[in-house]
Design a protein around this ligand. Structure first.
Ligand code: PLP
Ligand code: COI
Length: 341
């Protein structure tokens, strides 16, 4: 799409075609050097591993414009590491992490005209995918893979933005089980969350909070983001033991809470019942797409808990200001997280 025709000030989280993508192929036991190509379709065998058995993974990152129009990435080496971990879980040959970060920078530069202006609050979402495109019949890894990195200009993931969202705790659906692929960013993990998301949206909720698959008691995460709660004055978040995606925003929020807000942080099992007690004062969720989104209320069956007056809580707001301040070069980046393109 012609960047001149994009209304950068009213973007949602929707697909818009941009100019250039990066493509690298794995054949004969190695990844090639990769190249920039015009964004476009490619042929794929009906017997491809990704089409038949879902052998594919992806990442999500953002390039932002700072006030000075400098273009920045947030901890891209963490996405590279997670891509490697996801790849290992479903037997995709990992991609060199330094080359990955270099390729991300190249794609961002090539699509510079699509990065929303600083004052729009938007970002250029970067979507790396790694798929098994070689043919296969039995359930087994294929011999050929593709890494593609494309970009899309985006606004807020939840239309509510920083207003706060209402979430439904699901006792019906789970997202990941111990020993499964919950910690990896595999395509299949998301296919199973579409029906629960559709059903909960029909009831007026923004998303589902998933509970652990064994006890249906402890919070795992929100469909596309990690979960946090202020309980007894401490910041609590579900521990990362294989069923939740180890979010880069999650990791950053924990570090900010410890270093900048001097909070006690607990990575532990959180029963959903704790959210209905007065000791739980704020909840929010985190992710590249979701940034820090305050949770106004949670509901399970007919039982609803609204946090305060439904406004973003004090700690949630502070964490949001610090995180986005660092990301847009408005607050000194003591952690060394921001990478200029
Ligand atoms: N959990 C799930 C299921 C996600 O899809 C995401 C988004 O990538 C996250 C959590 C948050 O991860 P991150 O902060 O690295 O974007
Ligand atoms: C992200 O936050 O980058 C995600 O991948 C979440 C979702 C759009 C799948």
């Amino acid at each position: 799409m012609d960047p001149e025709k994009i209304d950068f000030y009213n973007l949602g989280f929707n697909y818009i075609e941009t100019k250039t993508m990066f493509v690298s192929d794995y054949k004969d036991g190695k990844w090639d050097e990769g190249r920039l190509e015009p964004f476009g379709s490619f042929e794929i065998s009906p017997a491809a591993g990704i089409l038949n058995y879902g052998q594919g993974i992806f990442e999500g990152m953002k390039a932002l414009k700072a006030k000075t129009d400098v273009i920045v990435l947030f901890r891209p080496e963490e996405n590279a590491k997670r891509l490697t971990e996801s790849a290992k879980r479903i037997l995709i040959p990992p991609y060199d992490e330094d080359k990955f970060v270099k390729a991300v920078k190249q794609v961002v530069k090539e699509n510079k005209a699509y990065i929303p202006p600083y004052d729009s609050g938007g970002a250029l979402y970067i979507r790396p995918i790694m798929i098994g495109n070689g043919p296969v019949l039995g359930v087994a890894p294929v011999e050929e893979y593709k890494l593609i990195i494309f970009t899309v200009p985006v606004g807020p993931y939840f239309p509510e933005g920083f207003q706060g969202i209402n979430l439904e705790i699901s006792k019906k659906y789970t997202r990941a089980a111990p020993g499964g692929t919950g910690y990896a960013k595999t395509c299949c993990n998301y296919a199973g969350t579409m029906k629960p998301a559709k059903e909960t949206k029909q009831k007026g909720f923004a998303q589902v909070i998933y509970l652990d698959a064994v006890n249906k008691e402890y919070i795992d995460e929100v469909g596309t983001a990690n979960f946090f709660a202020m309980i007894n004055g401490k910041l609590a978040t579900p521990k990362s033991t294989g069923t939740i995606l180890p979010g880069i925003t999650r990791k950053s929020v924990i570090e900010i809470a410890l270093e900048k807000l001097n909070l006690t942080v607990e990575e532990r099992d959180i029963s959903y019942k704790e959210l209905f007690e007065d000791s739980c004062t704020e909840t929010f969720c985190t992710g590249t797409a979701a940034v820090i989104t305050p949770i106004s209320s949670v509901q399970i069956d007919d039982k609803k808990r609204t946090f305060g007056s439904g406004e973003p809580g004090e700690i949630t707001t502070k964490l949001y200001e610090i995180l986005t301040g660092i990301q847009r070069l408005e607050i000194e980046d003591e952690f060394g997280w921001v990478v200029k393109v």
